[in-house]
Design a protein around this ligand. Structure first.
Ligand SMILES: *Cc1c(COP(=O)(O)O)cnc(C)c1O
Length: 377
């Protein structure tokens, strides 16, 4: 059986968890949390990072920080995960969904300006498969209209836009360390704070609305209730797991990119023959090997391909049902059509991609996809 994903253990996870547990401090914001946050600061240059219990909670913190009020409009892609949207809906935002591009599942940034109204407060971008949106265009529009930009960088660790690391460009960014991502801690995430104006408040929201972090640094003699907030810190057990992964980030990334490249070149003949479409890395972007997809002609063909692979014991997966047509939001979305989001919703299929996927297993996936299309031809 070739699963769709298999969480990778870099080696020292249990060792660091053991140390964390026996250090006598296992709640949040301890030694391993600091090691992880410092890692992102040193290695990627993020000014300020806070580990969170998930990317979902980092996005919720971002929605609080940009001060979303009921009725504020937030522009975001329809082709994204529910957490991108939920975090803002929880604060009363009205979502304005943008379509994907014709050439890429990422939001079509050239069509964003017409979605801006006097009520627009923020743009949330999501870098699909870790490939950058055109951030110059997004930031130019946001600066001109006075909007906040939040990057949902859940899939985008160690990936770049014109040489700038993703997650460092918007005012705030959210990362995920869910077990399906490149570096993992089971559940886990991080908020990157790129606009220093948010630093003080972010730490308070993170600590249940209190200035406890400042208290532990000895800056105040007691801590108290300062603002709204929630329990957004992961325990040291989670941070210890993550640190073991971060120490091996380069190795993990190298392997994932190798698998991605191999899929791409082995399936290129199918694309040349017009049987499938393969992902295109935009010229401004890099690929971090987060996921590998191909695009079928239609929904029916995609279901047939997934079923065919299942008969070979290979687990492939479709991806998002676009949020504008979701049971929860379609009546609020109205009638604006988003044909490209629907297209990716219907035709995109992801192939198994994980660190321990062997060459033989990958070969089997490639052969099976190729067989499926030669039968069709
Ligand atoms: C995985 C993912 C999330 C959610 O991450 P969690 O850490 O599970 O909360 C949010 N947005 C996108 C685009 C994702 O891929």
């Amino acid at each position: 059986m070739i699963p769709f994903n298999k969480p990778f253990l870099a080696g020292k996870e249990i060792h660091y968890i053991y140390q964390a547990v026996y250090s006598g401090k296992i709640s949040g914001n301890g030694q391993y949390t600091k090691l992880c946050q410092n890692y992102f600061h040193r290695y990627f240059g993020f000014q300020r990072c806070l580990l969170t219990t998930s990317c979902t909670s980092a996005l919720e913190m971002a929605a609080i920080l940009v001060d979303i009020q009921p009725g504020d409009e937030v522009i975001m892609p329809s082709f994204t995960f529910v957490s991108t949207a939920n975090a803002f809906v929880l604060r009363g935002a009205r979502l304005v969904f943008a379509d994907s591009g014709a050439q890429h599942p990422n939001m079509d940034v050239s069509a964003l300006e017409e979605l801006v109204t006097p009520r627009t407060k923020a743009i949330v971008v999501m870098h699909y498969g870790g490939m950058a949106c055109d951030m110059d265009a997004v930031m130019e529009l946001a600066n001109r209209k006075g909007l906040w930009v939040v990057e949902d960088a859940a899939q985008a660790v160690d990936s770049y836009y014109k040489g700038k690391v993703l997650g460092s460009i918007g005012h705030l960014s959210a990362f995920s360390f869910h077990e399906t991502k490149n570096v993992i801690s089971g559940e886990g995430g991080m908020l990157a704070i790129n606009d220093p104006r948010f630093e003080g408040r972010a730490e308070i929201i993170w600590e249940k609305g209190t200035n406890r972090a400042s208290f532990f640094r000895g800056e105040v003699d007691k801590y108290n209730w300062q603002d709204i907030g929630s329990s957004y810190l992961p325990s040291e057990i989670v941070a210890a797991f993550l640190y073991a992964q971060l120490e091996n980030l380069e190795m993990i990334q190298q392997q994932r990119r190798r698998i991605w490249d191999r899929y791409w070149s082995a399936l290129a003949p199918l694309a040349t023959a017009g049987l499938v479409k393969l992902p295109e890395v935009p010229p401004h972007a890099t690929c971090n090997g987060h996921l590998f997809y191909l695009l079928c002609h239609d929904l029916e063909e995609r279901q047939q391909l997934i079923s065919y692979l299942r008969t070979k014991d290979i687990y492939a997966a479709f991806h998002y049902v676009p949020l504008h047509s979701s049971p929860f939001y379609h009546s609020r979305h109205g009638t604006r059509v988003l044909p490209n989001a629907d297209y990716y919703g219907n035709t995109l299929v992801r192939l198994p991609l994980f660190y321990e996927l062997t060459d033989n297993e990958q070969e089997k996936v490639i052969c099976s996809v190729t067989e499926f299309y030669s039968q069709c031809a």
